[in-house]
Design a protein around this ligand. Structure first.
Ligand code: NDP
Length: 307
């Protein structure tokens, strides 16, 4: 049983140790040199691999990160599944980041940081958390964890999702028709949607204009969700008050990008959340055991929706 590893070389030894300890008959390979492609049953990769058809015994491709938008699963050979890493530590660190970003916007920290750089002392009124409306787009694995973590602060919480979801203490809007109603009551908007054909560019002018004036946004989904020109324009005319951005269309963010120096923008280098290898290995081991015993796989990516 071969697993082909195609991700960061510096992490290979740790992956090898974690996986072969739990699956002693697994042969962990980092290159195809001298290997017959028909021996490979599992692939762990961040980048999509070309010509998957040559791996005639392939069963599962594991995404080495949380997102899967880099893969076109609809083109995978029949019978080959794409499994994504759904494990506790990704949700835990994402929830922490969302709490940090929502609190920063709620307590006007983005503005205070800009004031400090200009050496200006400009206190503003504290808005009680109970008056602050925080909305999360995408009430999936991560969106739900973020909403639950936000609950202790007493915000008015809401979510927006394709299908109906239930989260205690959260008003969840579902379906495209409810987007306007959802947006009109978000003082802080957090994006945790997957990047798909339907969601690409969703953070653009039409959406910004439906938010209350001065709203803040947090983008922790993907850079492709954001129309950067529209964001800058909305910040400059005051429709948006602040933006905290962790993901970008081009990463690392270009040295010339105006987001770096915009006084109302905080940039972080795609660090909101990363998978711990131990948790990722548990997903892989469980999936391989399920595959071998004929049980249905968990966390597979849908061939139609792409997430
Ligand atoms: P999930 O697949 O668990 O959740 C996605 C949610 O979005 C689902 O509830 C889904 O609804 C909803 N959704 C999808 N499309 C639409 C749509 N068109 N309209 C409304 N709702 C929609 O994903 P995760 O929560 O695990 O991850 C979300 C994203 O977070 C990832 O795709 C990735 O891009 C990003 N991410 C970012 C990281 C970072 O460090 N910045 C780290 C990890 C992930 P339904 O269930 O009804 O289909």
């Amino acid at each position: 049983m071969y697993l082909l590893y195609n991700s960061y070389p510096e992490r290979a030894a740790k992956w090898r140790s974690l996986l072969t300890t739990q699956l002693p008959d697994l042969t962990f390979i980092e290159s195809m040199d001298g290997v017959d492609p028909s021996e490979v049953q599992y692939i762990l990769t961040w980048e999509p691999l070309a010509n998957l058809e040559r791996f005639t015994s392939l069963r599962i491709v594991f995404s080495a990160g949380a997102g899967v938008d880099q893969f076109d699963v609809s083109s995978f050979p029949a019978g080959v599944a794409l499994v994504r890493m759904v494990e506790g530590s990704i949700a835990e660190s994402m929830a922490e980041y969302v709490v940090f970003a929502v609190l920063a916007i709620h307590r006007d920290m983005v503005a205070y940081r800009a004031d400090q750089q200009r050496e200006e002392w400009l206190p503003s009124r504290i808005v009680p958390a109970s008056e602050r409306r925080v909305g999360v787009m995408g009430v999936g694995h991560l969106g739900r964890a973020a909403l639950i973590k936000l609950q202790s602060f007493g915000f008015q919480l809401s979510g927006w999702n394709r299908s109906a979801k239930q989260v205690d203490g959260v008003k969840v809007f579902s379906g495209a028709d409810s987007l306007s109603d959802f947006l009109s009551q978000c003082d802080v908007l957090v994006n945790l949607l997957p990047l798909t054909e339907q969601t690409r560019g969703i953070l653009g002018r039409p959406l910004f204009d439906q938010l209350p004036r001065g709203a803040g946004i947090v983008n922790v989904g993907r850079g492709g969700h954001l129309n950067e020109a529209d964001l800058l324009e909305a910040l400059d005319r005051g429709q948006l008050g602040a933006a905290i951005l962790d993901v970008f269309e081009v990463e690392p963010l270009d040295a010339e990008d105006p987001l770096w120096s915009h006084p109302r923008v905080w940039v972080t280098p795609h660090i909101a959340s990363t998978m711990q290898l131990e948790g990722g290995a548990a997903v892989i081991v469980d999936s391989i055991q399920r595959d071998r015993s004929g049980h249905p796989l968990l966390h597979t990516v849908d061939r139609c929706t792409g997430y």
